[in-house]
Unconditional design. Structure first.
Length: 445
C-alpha cells in the first residue's frame, strides 16, 4: 500500500481519538476487520495499530482486542495547560525570568507600601484603568511605533484578558475570524468558548498567504482577522512593511476588524510599524507585560478606535471589573523608571543566546525560528509521527508540544514546538540534544 494511504488510515484514527469521537475504552475493529474495511494487507493493518499503540492512543489486549486509551499526553497550551511535575523539563510553556526580578519586586513592594495613596488600592479602580496609568502605558507604546490617545487605551488583566474582552465586545456567536493555519493556542480556546469559527489561512515563509486570505473573504462572510505580525507564535516571523500594507488594504476592502496580538513584539526592536499604526480606524492592538517582564504580572493593555472603547470597557466590567491597582501600580512604576526597557533588552539578549544554543545543538535540522525569540518550530520528516516523538520525550522527562494545539486546519502538520525560555541554559542544551537524538532515531533508525 502506498505510504500516503497508510498514513491516511493512521491520521484518521488519531483525529477521531483526539476529537473525542472515539472515547477511552471504545473497542476498535479487529486487525482483519480493519484490513477488510480499508482493503489493506493484514500486516499493514497490524502496523497501523502498532503505530497508534506507540503513540499511546490505543492498547492491544490479547484475546480481547484493541481499545482506545485514556490520552496521557499533557494538553497543549492555553487554559488547558497543566503544570509540569518537578522532575520534568518544561519546554512546552514559556515563562522567561531573569535572576534580578525577584529583588525588583521586593523593592517595588517596599516603595508601594510607603506611597501616600495606599488606601486607593483597597477600592475599585476605573474599569479602563486610572487615567494617569493609561497615559504611562501610551507613552511606553511610542517606542513600539504606536502613538495612541490614552483615552483609546484600556488596562486589562494580561493580554489573554485583552483578547477575551475584545472578542466578547466586537464579535458574536457564529462569526468567522480568519487566522493563520498555525496560531496562538489561547486564541483557539477563546474562539471555542465564545462560539466563533476560526478559518485557517495557509502560511508562507514570512507571513500569511494573503492571496488565500483574499479568496477566503470572497467565499465566506469574514468579520475579523487575528494576526501576530511581529514575532509570530509559533513560527517566529516578522511581517515586512509590504505585507502589512497589503493586509491593511485587504481589511479595508472587506471592512474587517483587525486584531493585532503582540506579546512577543518587544523581542524585535527594529520591526516595521504595528498594524494598529497603519490602520488605527479598524485595529485592536493587544499586548501586556507577562512576557517582557513576568508571567505573574497580569497587566495588559488594549488600544482600539474610540467608538469601540465603551464596548470593550463594558466587557472588562463584566469579566473582572478592573485590573487590580497594586499590579498596575507596579507595572507602571517600572515603565516610568526604565525597568521595563532594561528587562526587555536583557530578555532579547537572553533569548538570542538560547537561540544560538538551539541552532548549534540542532544544526542541520529544519528549524524555523526568530533569532531572538523564546521558541522554535521543528518540522518532522513525513514518516515521523509527532505524537510518538512527544511521548518518547516525555518518557525521558522532557515536555514539548505537537502542532495540534497550534493548528486551526483540519490536519495538523507533523512538527513539534519547543519553548526555550523556562530552564537553565545547561539543561536546555542537554534537553535539545535528547530531542535531536530521538527525532533522528525515528527518522533514520
Amino acid at each position: 500500500m502506498p505510504r500516503a494511504r497508510y498514513r491516511q488510515v493512521v491520521d484518521t484514527f488519531v483525529t477521531r481519538i483526539r476529537s473525542g469521537e472515539l472515547r477511552p475504552g471504545d473497542r476498535l475493529p479487529t486487525h482483519r476487520q480493519l484490513a477488510s474495511e480499508h482493503r489493506l494487507a493484514l500486516a499493514t493493518a497490524s502496523r497501523a495499530y502498532a503505530e497508534l499503540e506507540a503513540m499511546g492512543l490505543v492498547s492491544g489486549e490479547t484475546g480481547r482486542g484493541t481499545f482506545v486509551r485514556e490520552i496521557s499526553l499533557p494538553p497543549g497550551l492555553g487554559v488547558d495547560q497543566q503544570a509540569a511535575a518537578n522532575d520534568i523539563v518544561d519546554l512546552n510553556f514559556n515563562y522567561p525570568s531573569l535572576p534580578e526580578q525577584a529583588e525588583l519586586l521586593r523593592t517595588a513592594l517596599r516603595q508601594l507600601s510607603t506611597s501616600g495613596d495606599l488606601d486607593a488600592f483597597l477600592r475599585y479602580q476605573p474599569h479602563a484603568g486610572r487615567m494617569h496609568e493609561r497615559e504611562i502605558v501610551a507613552a511606553h507604546l511610542i517606542d513600539r511605533g504606536l502613538h495612541v490617545d490614552p483615552c483609546n487605551l484600556l488596562l486589562v488583566d494580561g493580554a489573554q484578558h485583552g483578547l477575551t474582552t475584545t472578542m466578547m465586545s466586537l464579535l458574536k456567536t457564529g462569526d468567522v475570524v480568519a487566522t493563520d493555519a498555525l496560531t496562538y493556542p489561547g486564541m483557539k480556546v477563546l474562539a471555542d468558548s465564545l462560539g466563533l469559527e476560526l478559518a485557517a489561512v495557509p502560511t508562507l515563509g514570512s507571513g500569511p498567504d494573503l492571496e488565500a486570505l483574499e479568496r477566503l473573504c470572497q467565499r465566506r462572510r469574514v468579520q475579523a482577522i487575528y494576526t501576530q505580525p511581529t514575532v509570530h507564535n509559533p513560527l517566529g516571523w516578522v511581517m515586512d512593511i509590504e505585507q502589512r500594507n497589503a493586509l491593511v488594504e485587504l481589511a479595508r476592502r472587506h471592512n474587517l476588524i483587525l486584531i493585532e496580538d503582540a506579546p512577543y513584539a518587544f523581542l524585535e526592536p527594529h520591526s516595521p510599524p504595528p498594524i494598529a499604526a497603519l490602520a488605527p480606524e479598524r485595529t485592536v492592538y493587544v499586548s501586556g507585560f507577562s512576557k517582557s517582564v513576568a508571567t505573574g504580572l497580569r497587566v495588559g493593555f488594549v488600544t482600539a478606535p474610540g467608538e469601540w472603547i465603551p464596548r470593550i470597557e463594558r466587557a472588562i466590567r463584566a469579566t473582572t471589573w478592573n485590573t487590580p491597582g497594586v499590579m498596575t501600580a507596579i507595572a507602571c512604576g517600572w515603565v516610568e523608571d526604565g525597568t521595563v526597557n532594561r528587562l526587555e533588552a536583557a530578555k532579547r539578549k537572553d533569548a538570542a543566546a538560547r537561540q544560538v544554543v538551539a541552532l548549534e545543538t540542532l544544526q542541520g535540522m529544519d528549524v524555523i525560528s526568530h533569532p531572538a525569540s523564546y521558541f522554535l518550530w521543528l518540522p518532522l520528516l513525513e514518516e515521523v509521527r509527532a505524537d510518538r516523538v512527544v511521548r518518547e520525550l516525555l518518557d525521558h522527562g522532557i515536555l514539548v508540544s505537537t502542532a495540534a494545539p497550534f493548528a486551526t486546519s483540519a490536519q495538523p502538520p507533523q512538527a513539534i514546538r519547543i519553548a526555550l525560555g523556562s530552564v537553565e541554559l545547561n539543561i536546555l542544551r542537554r534537553s535539545l540534544a535528547t530531542i535531536r537524538q530521538i527525532v533522528e532515531y525515528h527518522a533514520f533508525g
